[in-house]
Design a protein around this ligand. Structure first.
Ligand SMILES: Cc1cc2nc3c(=O)[nH]c(=O)nc-3n(C[C@H](O)[C@H](O)[C@H](O)COP(=O)(O)O)c2cc1C
Ligand code: SF4
Ligand code: SF4
Ligand code: FES
Length: 569
């Protein structure tokens, strides 16, 4: 395929789509599927076939539309207008189809208001196609402008130009640390080495997070295009996507996308008629959180035990099989086609001066509408919770938001007006992390929240270094004493000392950041810890204060409250 073929393919697909009177899209993301979207789709398809409507109405299975807690979602697009229906059942799907045919409103199905802030307040760059293209048809991605940035780069830009564009855009890594992407690419480009690699990190082990899963499921070609641009920019011919083992659908869709892209000459040898060769293979993780850490991820790809190693040397200098390796998060790669295609200036104009562009969040927990959102960096937490998320259900009060997973911390109500960007979040003792945002109301107990995350880190510690292996066990034990009302104030002092020790002496990020949920809840909710110890009282009513607490009782409340929409394992 050469660039003119790509344009012809896009044109042909657009014409094909315009040939239909109506396009009915059913969300086939994991949360909607777990709520019954497959039955809805089947009902619609049956209805279309029975009514002989195949030439008029196209049914499409798409990726995530956003408001996952309201799924299954169905979007009807006809004559330039779009209506989204929530909580669709087989019965209401029939009504929707009937309304499309007869041009009348369905009698009992209510659509989401088009100006619903959850939909209207977002700015979708990475998620631009999510929920409106069929992720299993490459033609739809191409018709939406896909692979144009790659074509432009291969034929009109040098690798240095691409690195420069990414640097100028101010894009920073979306996997957690927020390292400038352009700097990383330039380092990998300059690193001496015959053979170089590009790796997409799709391990996503943080509790509550599913941004990367959704991107891979909804728009796999965007990730592939971003990786191919990276390969061209740094001089690599091989890429790997490391996908979390539980993400079966994402893995399947990526596999299909790779095959289709190779068949069309958009990956493989002489991509788009240029001299650039680039292959991508999938590697599946086995569910260890530490394998998301870049050095253990590489160990895992090489078939070794997934344990971190000391840095430096950094992956950009010495990574897979000793060669320079560029590792970025899935969302980071997914932003690149927009950066290269629409230009660095366009991207840099979104967000704040130091945190550019948009960020995808998995908004879950105690909010009216839970789901996947994309907003400009610097949007405040209040806007996210109260405008986009629709506030706290049952008239309860907002208590805190947990961001950044086990490496992050809690944001209390007094900081609701904090802009969500890398610097502001760090200033108040949490991190952006990969974008998991768990909203908690007054029924959450903060020592219990800390205990939940410590329990997670203790379980996921790979055991390579003593501070983390032993320290997380001991910290969790102290937290359990606190939540069960059997701790003394000395235990609290010990806990704080351990936080300092584990944070400063662990080998990798898992141990270094494991104390964060404890430190941030202590910072803002110290009274609750003291109440548990001195008064033997849990004001939120979560902890069972007993002389001999049942093992593993704490944390369960949070697990339940997190309510990640449609989490299917
Ligand atoms: C324990 C641990 C788990 C991590 N898990 C992930 C992950 O699931 N996905 C991810 O992209 N980065 C994860 N990271 C961060 C990666 O090591 C790395 O910084 C990131 O993939 C780089 O991509 P970026 O620059 O695009 O953010 C993790 C780090 C640690 C310490
Ligand atoms: S000291 Fe004991 S536990 Fe540690 S590595 Fe040696 S045998 Fe194993
Ligand atoms: S900090 Fe924890 S996870 Fe990281 S190497 Fe040490 S033991 Fe393993
Ligand atoms: S999966 Fe359907 S809206 Fe998110």
């Amino acid at each position: 395929m050469i660039p003119s073929d790509l344009r012809a393919m896009a044109e042909q697909e657009r014409e094909r789509q315009e040939g239909f009177r109506c396009r009915i899209m059913v969300c086939a993301g994991t949360p909607c599927l777990s709520a019954g979207a497959d039955v809805v789709l089947e009902t619609l398809r049956q209805g279309i076939a029975e009514g002989g409507l195949d030439a008029e109405i196209e049914s499409v299975a798409t990726g995530c539309m956003g408001p996952c807690s309201r799924g299954p979602l169905v979007k009807v697009r006809s004559r330039g207008k779009e209506i989204v229906y929530e909580r669709v059942t087989s019965e209401s799907a029939r009504q929707i189809l009937f309304s499309v045919v007869k041009g009348r409103r369905p009698p009992t199905v209510s659509p989401l208001p088009p100006d619903l802030p959850f939909l209207a307040r977002q700015e979708r760059v990475v998620l631009a196609n999510s929920g409106s293209v069929n992720p299993e048809r490459i033609e739809e991605y191409v018709a939406a402008g896909g692979y144009e940035a790659l074509s432009h780069a291969l034929h009109e830009m040098t690798p240095d130009d691409v690195c420069r564009e990414v640097s100028l855009s101010g894009l920073r890594g979306r996997g957690g640390a927020g390292y400038p992407t352009g700097v990383k690419w330039s380092l990998a480009r300059k690193a001496p080495g015959e053979r170089k690699y590009v790796v997409a990190n799709g391990d996503e082990g943080d509790p509550g997070a599913y941004m990367d899963r959704s991107i891979m499921e909804s728009d796999p070609h965007r990730v592939l295009e971003g990786m191919a641009l990276a390969g061209y920019a740094i001089g690599a011919e091989q890429g790997f996507i490391y996908v979390r083992g539980e993400y079966h659908l994402a893995g399947r869709r990526l596999e299909g996308a790779i095959r289709d892209a190779e068949r069309k000459g958009l990956l493989g040898s002489r991509v788009l008629g240029s001299n650039f060769n680039f292959r991508i293979d999938i590697r599946t993780g086995a569910g260890a959180f530490v394998c998301g850490e870049e050095t253990s991820l590489m160990a895992s790809i090489m078939g070794k035990r997934g344990q971190p190693w000391h840095r430096p040397p950094y992956p950009a200098q010495k990574g897979l099989w000793g060669n320079p390796t560029l590792i970025n998060n899935v969302e980071t790669f997914a932003a690149v086609p927009a950066v290269v295609g629409r230009g660095a200036e366009w991207f840099a104009a979104i967000g704040t001066p130091k945190s550019r562009g948009t960020k995808v969040y998995a908004l879950c927990g105690q909010v009216e509408i839970a789901g996947l959102i994309e907003v400009p960096m610097g949007t405040t937490l209040r806007e996210v919770v109260y405008e986009i998320g629709g506030g706290i259900p049952s008239g309860k009060r907002f208590k805190a938001a947990q961001s950044g997973g086990p490496s992050g911390g809690c944001i209390p109500a007094s900081y609701l007006d904090t802009p969500l960007d890398y610097e502001s979040m760090e200033r108040i003792g949490t991190i952006m992390g990969s974008g998991g945002l768990i909203i908690m109301d007054e029924t959450s107990c903060m020592p219990d929240v800390a205990s939940f995350f410590l329990d997670f880190c203790r379980d996921e510690s790979c055991g390579k270094c003593a501070p983390c292996r032993v320290g997380t066990v001991e910290m969790h034990r102290l937290l359990r004493r606190i939540t069960s009302g059997t701790a003394t104030m000395d235990d609290l002092v010990k806990l704080e000392e351990l936080c300092e020790l584990v944070g400063t002496t662990s080998l990798c990020g898992l141990g270094m950041t494991a104390p964060n949920p404890v430190l941030s809840t202590l910072r803002y909710f110290r009274d609750e810890y003291v109440d548990h110890i001195r008064q033997r009282r849990c004001t939120a009513g979560v902890c069972t204060i007993a002389e001999n607490p049942a093992p593993g009782a704490e944390g369960e409340a949070l697990l339940h409250a997190m309510g990640v929409p449609g989490e299917v394992e």
